[in-house]
Design a protein around this ligand. Structure first.
Ligand code: AVI
Length: 322
């Protein structure tokens, strides 16, 4: 697989975002996109296999069961762009179904180079598939993919695993509208969305017994130590998930166990934490199945079909650009 690498100064942007988030008046925040360095991506792979976290398995089940039907609803020829491909494991079924009907170009867009490499290892045995990875932010990568599409070729964008849930609701619709702007009428978006479930089930999923999700959350501080010269003592912070009923989300926080000051050299920053003060690191929004039709319309898509997993409420939505 060829990989187009990131041209920007990633360390500088990381330091800027950390400074912004930790100096914000009121609630301190860090953007969840920084979870996914090599360690974080590996931890997320483990999370997706935990018995408490059924989201990824539900996504995979739906794709495996309905790949042929999904592909049959797409006007061909089709090239596939995946935003946040991860290991690429769950994309296999769709690519196999498409490859039976045409030679298929698959463009994974990922910030993590190791995830792109994993994706190639996972999928390169499928006949009639060419893989070209883009080590980019999602929309930058999608713009490049769209620029190299051939005449008459449709694009299928995959945004799976309920990554949309990690945006706040307004930003999520805005992001889908940005995708729509890059697409042509008749192109499609397959959107995975985790559906609402009980608070008890959500808290189990985001606070597993083995502590993998806690390690995933704390790795953000470890990454700041590694890459930005931070001196966070990890043992002085605790993983603190909570359900936000009003926002219909699970939030992950890191709670300072004591009053402390942390220095981050590359961000030229000393930050004070009170005992029990938290850093908000992620929101994971949950949806009602019927809500997706409305969100799609607001962003310029019509919902062509929706498949729902019965074991772990999760919806796969095929949206067509109008
Ligand atoms: C990637 N994303 C959809 C996951 C989620 O469920 O929000 C990330 C995650 N955070 C904690 N566990 C998994």
């Amino acid at each position: 697989m060829l990989v187009h690498a990131i041209p920007t100064n990633a360390t500088y942007e990381f330091a800027e975002d950390v400074r912004d988030g930790l100096t914000r008046p009121g609630q301190k925040e860090l953007p969840s996109k920084y979870f996914y360095d090599d360690v974080g991506s590996a931890l997320f792979e483990v999370i997706s296999r935990l018995p408490e976290y059924g989201l990824t398995r539900a996504d995979e089940r739906l794709l495996r069961r309905h790949a042929d039907e999904i592909v049959s609803r797409l006007a061909g020829p089709v090239a596939v762009a995946e935003l946040g491909s991860g290991s690429g494991k769950k994309t296999r079924w769709l690519l196999q179904a498409l490859a039976q009907r045409q030679r298929t170009f698959y463009y994974p867009v990922e910030l993590s180079r190791s995830a792109l490499a994993m994706c190639e290892r996972e999928l390169s045995d499928i006949d009639s598939i060419s893989i070209l990875g883009f080590e980019r932010e999602y929309l930058d990568g999608l713009l490049e993919v769209a620029a190299c599409r051939e005449r008459g070729q449709h694009l299928l964008v995959l945004f799976l695993g309920s990554t949309i849930g990690n945006f706040d609701r307004v930003a999520g619709v805005r992001f889908l509208a940005e995708i729509r702007r890059i697409l042509e009428p008749g192109d499609s978006l397959l959107l995975g969305t985790d559906l609402e479930k009980s608070s008890a089930q959500l808290l189990q999923a985001y606070d597993d017994e083995l502590g993998v999700t806690a390690a995933f959350n704390l790795n953000l501080l470890a990454r700041i130590n590694r890459e930005l010269g931070g001196n966070f003592t990890l043992g002085q912070f605790a993983h603190a998930p909570r359900v936000n009923h009003e926002a219909r989300s699970v939030e992950m926080h890191l709670r300072s166990k004591c009053r402390q000051t942390v220095s981050i050299a590359e961000a030229e920053l000393d930050v004070e934490f009170l005992e029990d003060e938290t850093i908000w690191t992620e929101s994971s929004h949950k949806y009602l199945a019927e809500e997706i039709f409305k969100i799609g319309l607001e962003a310029g898509f019509r919902c062509e079909a929706q498949w729902i997993d019965q074991q772990w409420p999760f919806a796969e939505n095929l949206l067509i650009a109008e």
